[in-house]
Design a protein around this ligand. Structure first.
Ligand code: SAH
Length: 281
């Protein structure tokens, strides 16, 4: 067992991971995204590049806000990905998605210079943007495949949702705080990410939109919210940190049959709490 340094939202013990590396399915729209980026990267030495952020599905006529992504940002992102590899993230799809997601766009302006540090930072409303290692670890455990239907509980800044979208998932994300829900929705839409945004209590999931192939909860739950496992497909997986506020166990729950669930433990983390109800301001 390895001890990993602790921050506000950090893994503190690591056990070996199980999900095998998942190659990009080159028959999906991800190919187009990649081609676009390869082209963009090839001109980066001429001037700071303006990337139209990739999105789920093809819609070349959608409205986007051009995103300034300088060679410095790209260099820092590359370093971040190298750091994640050293910390044990092996899934190439996850690493590629983190390498393509401009975390600086999701940060509050006062923290923008720290965007590529492997740390959680405040995003307002008493919440944090997840630490990249945590995002990578949960995404890796989730074992996402292209076009799979993923429910994320806790939109927050929208960064984890963007990473899942980059991995080719169809993302449904829910947030209980209106301020964060609106901010993330506007940002992700302006950047060109296509996903579904919901304002509500993720404890209950999204029964009318399920079942989901994957569910990821990005806040620490005292216990497993009863409604969530029921919204998994058979064969579906849920990644959720569960435990008291000072330390949660990362659980991987697999629905192996209609009424049969398997639970695996994947080390300890500290998350902001999963809370009931909504905040409408
Ligand atoms: N995935 C986010 C992490 C945000 S922190 C990111 O990448 O930035 C966790 C988020 O979960 C917070 O925004 C918090 O408001 C939200 N949250 C907590 N309890 C919730 C609930 N019951 N339903 C939906 N969102 C919840």
């Amino acid at each position: 067992m390895r001890i990993i340094f602790v921050n506000t939202e950090t893994k503190i013990n690591e056990k070996s991971r199980t999900a095998p590396p998942q190659p990009l399915n080159l028959s999906t729209p991800v190919v187009h995204i990649r081609q676009k980026l390869i082209w963009a990267q090839s001109i980066q030495f001429i001037r700071p590049i303006v990337i139209e952020i990739p999105f789920f599905g093809i819609n070349l006529h959608h409205k986007t806000r051009p995103m300034i992504d300088t060679p410095r940002h790209q260099g820092l992102r590359k370093k971040l990905v190298e750091g994640l590899k050293i910390k044990g993230i092996k899934d190439e799809t996850v690493l590629a998605a983190i390498g393509r997601t401009p975390r600086h766009a999701f940060m509050e302006s006062s923290f923008i210079n720290f965007a590529y540090k492997d740390q959680a930072f405040p995003i307002g409303a008493g919440q944090t943007i997840s630490q990249p290692y945590t995002v990578a670890f949960q995404s890796q455990l989730l074992d996402v495949f292209p076009l799979c239907k993923v429910l994320e509980v806790g939109t927050g800044s929208g960064y984890q949702a963007a990473v899942l979208c980059q991995m080719g998932a169809k993302v449904y994300t829910i947030e209980r705080q209106r301020e964060l829900h609106i901010k993330a929705k506007n940002l992700l839409q302006e950047l060109g990410y296509h996903m579904s945004f919901f304002m509500g209590d993720g404890y209950k999931g999204l029964p009318t939109y399920g079942p989901f192939d994957r569910i990821v909860v990005t806040a620490g739950a005292l216990s497993i919210p009863e409604e969530l496992p029921k919204q998994l497909t058979v064969g579906g997986k849920m990644v959720i940190p569960v435990g008291p506020p000072d330390k949660q166990e990362m659980l991987l729950i697999t629905r192996i049959a209609e009424t049969d669930f398997k639970t695996e433990k994947h080390g300890s983390f500290i998350f902001v709490p999963l809370l009931k109800g909504v905040v409408n301001q």
